[in-house]
Design a protein around this ligand. Structure first.
Ligand code: THU
Length: 130
């Protein structure tokens, strides 16, 4: 199954009764395995957890930490970019040149990279004084 198909399939499991906006994400690791996530909202924090965060959590729980490729899909007119928090999470586990494809259910796709999604990212080096 392609990343695109995996993201489209998991999107259908999203729990999004507050936004009614279902999102699916699929990631492939450098080891070649695929992990998926969907957004999961709740009444106290209606924005809930993003699809990308869910896929990353599944990857880490399975003992992996290196992203090779990312696909995110939503039923929107234009491809939906990952939120700020998800960009930092993607950066934590993926090199700057890792491809991120944002797709719509209608098949519109936009491609970018983790580096382009988070220019000037904070990293551990910023905590060093010299
Ligand atoms: N959402 C994602 O899951 N991923 C994104 O990249 C953008 C937004 C979710 C969070 C929330 O459940 C809903 O979309 C509306 O913000």
């Amino acid at each position: 199954m392609t990343l695109k198909d995996a993201a489209r399939a998991v999107r259908k499991n999203a729990h999004a009764p507050y936004s009614n906006f279902l999102v699916g994400a699929a990631i492939r690791t450098t080891a070649g395995n695929v992990y998926v996530g969907c957004n999961v909202e709740n009444v106290a924090y209606p924005e809930g957890t993003c699809a990308e965060a869910g896929a990353i959590a599944a990857m880490v729980a399975a003992g992996e930490r290196e992203l090779a490729e990312v696909y995110v899909v939503a039923d929107s007119a234009e491809p939906v970019p990952p939120c700020g928090g998800c960009r930092q999470k993607l950066k934590e586990f993926g090199a700057g040149d890792v491809k991120v494809t944002m797709g719509t259910i209608d098949g519109v796709e936009q491609k970018t990279t983790i580096g382009d999604l988070l220019p000037g990212a904070f990293d551990a080096g910023h905590m060093a004084r010299s």
